[in-house]
Design a protein around this ligand. Sequence first.
Ligand code: PLP
Length: 388
Amino acid sequence: MSDFVTNMIGAIDGVVSATGKKFRPLHEPLFVGNELKYVSDCINTGWVSSVGAYVDRFEKDLAAYLGVKRVIAAVNGTAALHLCLEALGVGEGDEVLMPTLTFVATANAISYTGATPHFCDSESETLGICPQKLDDYLANISASNDKAECINKKTGKRIAAIIPMHVFGHPVKLDELIAVAKKYNIAVVEDAAESLGSSYRGKMTGGIGLMGAISFNGNKIITTGGGGAIATNDEELANRLKHLSTTAKTSKEGYFFHDQVGYNYRMPNINAALGCAQLEKLPEYLKTKRKIAELYKSAFSKLDGIKLIEEPKDSTSNYWLCSAILDSGDNLNSLLEETNKQGIMTRPLWNLMHTLPMHQACPRMDLSVAEDLVQRVVSLPSSVNLVG
Ligand SMILES: *Cc1c(COP(=O)(O)O)cnc(C)c1O
């Protein structure tokens, strides 16, 4: 092991050793509030499934927290993203822009609709889609049709939407991205799965684009076991989302009636109960996350060649998953191997989406920044219970 790697492990260990535990996972949930009380309430009353007071309360509480008009709770973040695209009428013959540097769920949600993912490069400051590079690229490859839709000149397909993702909770440059999207008449759906509690220029992520999808999977900043939600300020879209998520159910002459193909994507009450309790804890968790980030930052400041990835300008990150960037990728594998051997769980970035087998034929721009980042970024243990 090189001195460089030994020193890095020493720095990381200094931050994560406070728990006294042998194994330090990347991220584990913490239940120290009203979780048991609210979940017991569901069981005692029998309201455990897809209708119930906790679902309504979770949606209201979350809408108030995000500062949006409406929230629609869903079974998971992937389903939430899928619903957003369905509500926009995205489907076969369409392309949807998305970062190559993301979790596979972003691409899957696009593929479920029959549309094709179209991959964009990141910038190193935010790890998210680079607005300038996107603008230059679209100027080159797109044209407007007689319905003012954005058409990919090479494939002839409509570029219907863009899904920027806030990587590890760090907000992308949304104002710039929204301006580019507007210029080319492309709808913006935020993948805010990782960024609940992050804000960009004073506004909560997930509530800034036309719609935003959030995840409450077990590894996210707060969890409902499994779950997701969509935030929007558009009432008409909200109604459509709710309709689509509840098997497109209406009533006709007093009986249930289904007026189109819908989905069973509604969050169950028992999960929402967990969510209500977790949401109460979110402000506290955010403070702890920031503290963990500060500890890593100060530990790395004494070393050469490694830096904590910090919140971008104009934004406040939830620091969901603390990550560091190495000056050179030479030590990444050795660092990953040694830390995991010692019970300190670390991970590289995701395999870039354009490298996965099912995406070989998908259109893409130059992806050199993401390809560089993937060689040099490492995610670190970031659970709220790491520090007291
Ligand atoms: C977690 C995650 C999702 C999907 O959320 P699930 O609730 O697991 O379906 C989508 N996009 C990103 C970037 C994520 O990290």
